[in-house]
Ligand binder design. Structure first.
Ligand code: ARG
Length: 581
């Protein structure tokens, strides 16, 4: 049940009647009442009428009392909306009995292809891949929970000219030794060694060039060695996904090479459509609206001057395959912002070619960088890009130490479990709780803190509620709808903090619906933080276990519902909760 939407739906016809056309009532949470609508203010200018008049006229038209809402005009022309306690209590009771916490599955399921993670073979995963993996995983979880058909695609960088030198280096090292380097995550050493030879050794360069030709020509031995590079790297990436606790599996790899057989067709079809232009020996499309710094039209190169196809052609082929073969109606690309122009141009060309048209939509979910404490791109002490595994291991180690120091009685196994959930949770939450288009600073102290907008704060709030429920002897099953000892016991609002918590609990559906559209996961994170904060205020002022019968039941229900909402919300973000912390 999305309360903001319900109020919006009730106010919209009244606004329309007053304005003579559709108006978004702009309902939002309010500090003064439960909700407020600010639309009369903007409308005043348009209609040349005082905003308070407009708000009054809207209220004269609006039907609200059947849902227990009272309204009044306030200040310069806001409409304050307040739910009667009875109505609020009924709504919360409805949530408590609903396994989906008021969030129905979508009425219009889509096939959504989520392109995320996408590391490159024989190259270390870096922090950019971390962001893509974490954001993509959360998007997959949320859309799946809402009932969409979600296809995960790990667009592995497994093709291109570097494979000539990588295969030659593999031959030099010997297969067994090379395979060992790669599966042990020694990818950077391997790649760099190949690169050094390539830069310094003319003969090696020539061998590499010939090897690319052999690879593209389908030479059997070359293919086998290439496969070896790919499978060893995939095996290593899977260990990182496992550590990161994300749902990507071996079946989700669909590398760039998988589109090879489609590339010539893409270029032929663009040619037939009259979209190809030669430029500097290459074949290009110049989508309208893209110009370089000098004002000259920008090309998307679909076939290079050496006859090879590159990254853009592959993305065009992949887009076509996702729409045509997979039946996608929504295409998401979780890739860093430096590739913004690439995707904008790929989408523009696909639109021009008619491969991308409504209702199918493509969205680049771009993201910023992770910065070090110095405010610059995160680097290791040696100045290299930070190895992802090292970062994850450090997070787990720090969280394990913190757990042990807070609770010295913890046995090693319990500390390790907490360390994993909290350390990985903290990394993910630090990423998901900021607007993804912004850069953020990796700050261990802050992200592992038990207070503030952090994973540990939310996980701790959850564990604390579980402990209260344990002591009350209820809710052995944290995910099940809540069954009270006295199901007919009403929810009581004896303190403002109870009421505030109830209103917050009702906001879950609205936030999830909004994030389904925008995929701004930080909105969900922000909501969970507000909910946990409302719970803390409630817990400070409202004794639960020591309250009289009726209040106790009511408070247990609010607490249990908060726990379930926190758990579900964190689960959508890919973050684990613990019954004890
Ligand atoms: N492998 C690329 C990189 O590491 C990302 C690929 C993103 N997906 C895509 N369809 N282009 O930068």
């Amino acid at each position: 049940m999305d309360l903001e939407k319900l109020l919006s739906d009730r106010l919209a016809p009244a606004f329309a009647a007053v304005a003579g056309g559709p108006v978004d009532p702009l309902v939002r949470r309010s500090g003064r009442a439960d909700f407020q609508s600010d639309a009369a203010l903007a409308l005043a200018r348009r209609l040349g009428r005082p905003p308070r008049d407009i708000a009054g006229a809207v209220l004269a038209h609006a039907v609200l009392d059947d849902i227990g809402v009272s309204a009044e005009v306030s200040g310069p022309g806001f409409i304050n909306l307040t739910l009667a306690d009875r109505a609020l209590a009924d709504l919360v009771a409805g949530l408590a009995g609903d396994a989906r916490l008021g969030v129905p599955p979508t009425a219009t399921p889509q096939t959504v292809v989520v392109d995320y993670s996408a590391p490159n073979v024989a190259k270390e995963m870096h922090v950019g891949h971390l962001r893509s993996t974490v954001i993509g995983d959360a998007a997959v979880r949320l859309l799946t929970w809402l009932g969409h058909r979600v296809v995960r695609v790990n667009h592995l960088g497994d093709w291109g000219t570097p494979f000539g030198m990588l295969i030659e280096h593999l031959i030099d090292l010997g297969e067994a030794e090379a395979a060992q380097h790669l599966s042990m995550g020694d990818l950077d050493t391997f790649y760099r060694a190949a690169r050094v030879k390539f830069d310094e050794d003319e003969a090696f360069r020539e061998r590499s060039r010939l090897r690319v030709v052999a690879l593209q020509g389908g030479d059997e031995r070359t293919r086998r060695l290439w496969r070896l590079l790919v499978t060893q790297s995939e095996r290593y990436f899977l260990t990182v996904y496992d550590l990161l606790d994300v749902g990507l599996s071996g079946d989700d790899f669909r590398g760039e090479s998988a589109y090879n057989h489609l590339l010539a067709g893409v270029v032929d079809d663009l040619d037939r459509l009259g979209l190809l232009r030669p430029s500097g020996g290459a074949e290009c499309v110049f989508p309208p609206g893209f110009t370089g710094r000098d004002g000259a039209p920008l090309p998307l190169i679909v076939r290079k001057s050496d006859g090879g196809y590159g990254y853009p052609a592959t993305d065009l082929a992949a887009l076509r395959q996702r729409v045509g073969e997979l039946g996608a109606t929504r295409l998401l690309y979780v890739v860093g912002l430096p590739q913004r122009q690439h995707f904008a141009m790929v989408f523009a060309v696909a639109e021009a070619a008619g491969w991308l048209r409504p209702p199918v939509r493509a969205e680049h979910l771009g993201f910023g960088s992770i910065l070090g404490a110095d405010g610059r791109m995160l680097r290791s002490r040696a100045g290299e890009s930070v190895k992802l595994v090292g970062l994850l291991e450090e997070a787990v180690a720090r969280a394990t130490d913190l757990a042990r120091s807070r609770n010295p009685d913890l046995d090693a196994e319990a500390a390790a479990e907490i360390g994993r959930a909290v350390g990985i949770g903290a990394i993910k939450y630090a990423d998901l709780s900021v607007d993804r288009t912004k850069d953020y600073v990796l700050d261990w102290e802050r992200m592992l803190a038990l207070d503030g907008n952090t994973a540990p704060y939310l996980q701790y709030a959850y564990a604390r509620i579980r402990s209260v429920l344990r002591r009350a002897g209820t809710a052995a099953q944290p995910d099940a709808p809540i069954v009270l000892a006295r199901p007919d016991a009403p929810i009581v609002f004896a303190q403002p903090a109870e009421r505030a918590l109830a209103v917050e609990l009702l906001g879950f559906a609205g936030v999830v619906g909004e994030v389904e559209r925008s995929l701004e996961l930080h909105q969900l994170a922000g909501y969970l933080h507000r909910l946990a904060t409302a719970f803390s205020a409630f817990y400070e002022r409202c004794p639960v276990l020591r309250a009289s019968d009726e209040l106790r039941e009511s408070r247990l229900l609010l607490a249990g519902l908060t726990a379930r909402t926190l758990r579900q919300g964190l689960d959508l973000l890919g973050i684990r909760t613990l019954a004890r912390m």
